[in-house]
Design a binder for this molecule. Structure first.
Ligand code: UT7
Length: 350
């Protein structure tokens, strides 16, 4: 029994925050941001949009484009680091919004590795024989935890969501073996200090801006490169594949320089590596499903994909899959709406 991806959906908010606009408020330059990160712009959700709305829109996009009966969905796993609330689960709201009345829903938080971990969980559930159809989504409203006065982080992140349908198959297409890792020693190198049980919200935590992301950028960069390179090499061995067998690499989109160095370390042609960081920035749990959504028409039946990620925790991993047959399409068009956002508008939303 295997689990195969048969439908993909995605959603990014219409509002664009570009590098030029960021330069109006923090000490940086368009050239620096693009050269050091590869990012040109990111999408920002408005103050009335929560992570559940992003996830729900991505899942609705999946239902609009593929012939899937929502009543047959048995489980929804949402990877997110920016849940609507600490309590109750974001997945509950999404089940309600998307009419998934025969499914149970749960959130998992493994930061930038959340989607990959969720894919592993969902495929194991299907391989166990107890489930046949599970939706796995990655969604984050990063703008809700980004400090737009801190140039170290405000240049990096964006909002978005992606979702896939995983289904049972007797064929050898689908999710293959993965290697997933966690090292809690990295927690304070990339985290939001306040708002959880360790440091509940106080007036002081707000004054100290402790509800925003803190990151030791260069250290995280080095760990990301070494960890993604090693785990990718190891997962190829585990799956008895060579680098030449890989048709496409889907890396977490945190920094174009990380992506390029990992592809060099793996000796994989950069043209085989899918990149959309220039348009969305780092959307944390959503980078990988957004890549699957953006580039799905390039993937052909029988092709091998290598997915790899690294993020807060530290958490990282890699997974191979053999692309299968997608469900029948309902529509062919994919509408990308956009409008430019002023920095004042972003700050007002905080
Ligand atoms: O998704 C989760 C995983 N996250 C990541 O993988 C992120 C990993 N880290 C990174 O992507 C990079 O470390 C950053 C993009 C965050 C920073 O880039 P960097 O090349 O590592 O820069 P740096 O922090 O080493 O700083 C180099 C220089 C410094 O100036 P001096 O000391 O050389 O004069 C910084 O002050 O660049 C300066 N700098 C900036 N200049 C303009 C740092 N940030 C900026 C900025 N604009 N935004």
């Amino acid at each position: 029994m295997n689990a195969v991806i048969t439908a993909v959906g995605g959603y990014v908010p219409a509002a664009i925050l570009d590098n030029k606009t960021i330069c109006e408020k923090v000490e940086t330059s368009e050239l620096w941001i693009e050269k050091r990160t590869g990012i040109k712009e990111r999408r920002i959700a408005d103050e009335n949009t929560a992570t559940s709305d992003l996830a729900s829109a991505a899942i609705e996009n999946l239902f609009e484009h593929y012939d899937v009966d929502r009543n047959e969905i048995e489980a929804l796993i949402i990877a997110t680091a920016t849940p609507d609330h600490i309590l109750a689960p974001t997945a509950s709201k999404v089940c309600e919004k998307n009419g998934l009345t025969n499914a149970f829903g749960l959130d998992i938080n493994a930061a930038c590795s959340g989607f990959l971990y969720a894919l592993e969980l969902a495929s194991s559930m299907i391989e166990s024989g107890r489930y046949e159809k599970i939706i796995v989504a990655g969604a984050d409203k990063m703008s809700s935890i980004v400090d737009y006065e801190n140039r170290d982080t405000c240049i990096l992140f964006g909002d978005g969501a992606g979702a896939v349908l995983l289904e049972k198959t007797q064929s050898d297409y689908g999710i293959m073996k993965s290697i997933l890792r966690t090292d809690g020693g990295g927690t304070s190198s990339l985290f939001v200090p306040a708002g959880g049980s360790k440091m509940p919200a106080t007036m002081q935590s707000i004054v100290h801006r402790s509800h925003f992301i803190k990151q030791e950028g260069p250290y995280v960069f080095k760990k990301a490169v070494s960890s993604m390179s090693k785990v990718s090499k190891d997962v190829l061995i585990k799956n008895e594949l060579d680098t030449e067998d890989i048709d496409w690499v889907i890396p977490h989109q945190a920094n174009l320089r990380i992506i390029k160095t990992v592809s060099e370390n793996l000796n994989i042609d950069i043209n085989k590596v899918k990149v959309n960081i220039e348009r969305y920035g780092n959307t944390t749990s959503a980078t990988i499903p957004l890549c699957l959504w953006d580039f799905k028409d390039d993937f052909k039946k029988g092709q091998y994909l290598l997915i790899t990620t690294f993020g807060a925790g530290f958490s990282w991993g890699a997974l191979c899959l053999k692309w299968g047959t997608m469900r029948k399409k309902r529509h062919r068009s994919q509408v990308h709406q956009s409008r430019k956002l002023s920095y004042e508008a972003v700050l007002q939303q905080m």
